[in-house]
Design a protein around this ligand. Sequence first.
Ligand code: C2E
Ligand code: MG
Ligand code: MG
Ligand code: MG
Length: 290
Amino acid sequence: LSKEKGKNMFSFYNAELNKNMMRKMDIENHLVKAMELHQLSLCYQPKVNLKTQEIVGMEALLRWKHPEMGWISPAEFIPVAEETGQIVSIGKWVLEEACRQNKLWQDQGLPSLKVSVNVSVLQFQNGKFIKTVKSILRDTQLPPQFLELEITESIMQNIAESTEVLEQLGKLGVKTSIDDFGTGYSSLHVLQKLPIDTLKIDKAFIDELEQNCKQPMVKAIIDLALNLGLNIVAEGIESANQMESLIEMGCPIGQGYLFSRPIDSLEFEKLIGLSTITLETKAKQPAVSS
Ligand code: C2E
Ligand code: MG
Ligand code: MG
Ligand code: MG
């Protein structure tokens, strides 16, 4: 009997594996055409001054809608694109689109904001990255200080090369930020030498912030950044309690569903027209009783 059960478990496991593999292959095959078929788009999520709720920038986030498979999360397709190397051309498209859109908003007389673009390590270390950034800035005419690149801690596995690229970006006037900080493997010794502008505390730490309860790691990361002369941004803020704790701990900038979900360019344009996010109107989402 138990042998029979074991066999069933095995085929169940096998079926699951198979399903995952098929899905991955589907994604891989369809992603090849996604760009030329105009299935990719960017949405934008505001970064706000936590004290005033003023919008100080935005993160561009990639979206993919396939006609049959529907919306596919970047958390699912970016790793596939990294495996196949397609991330290099996709990432270039993202950079172009974000710079083009930001320049367009500036030309329309909207407040000048910094757009943050996520860059995969593969893209960053591909040898042509600086050349690509330069030519995109030239083509779009976006002043470099309005572009920020979000890179993860994994770049530290190749310190010499990464430092060189970061230095060149700095010379160009482009801003740089370490995304999801605190989740990866990074040595503090290396961190202090990296020519970067900002640390972005990962959402996992923000999740642990509870009412009237300090999360020692969050405070430590904020102090670390400030002591190193870096800017600090908190990601994934969902509640007013989290926001208040962050303000109390000295974090100036944040991003999260509390302020706005990532929204398409038309919606974002309306939002920056207002320049400040009113949390009262956002409180349509389940209001916290006080
Ligand atoms: P990330 O760069 O850390 O982006 C933050 C993610 O958290 C986004 O998910 C955003 O929609 C989500 N988020 C923001 N605020 C909240 C919140 O309050 N609560 C919750 N639960 N989530 C929040 P998204 O758009 O699904 O992107 C996932 C990841 O995919 C990104 O994480 C980034 O690593 C990657 N990614 C997205 N776009 C690009 C891109 O253009 N290039 C590359 N290389 N990676 C990208
Ligand atoms: Mg990011
Ligand atoms: Mg992040
Ligand atoms: Mg994250």
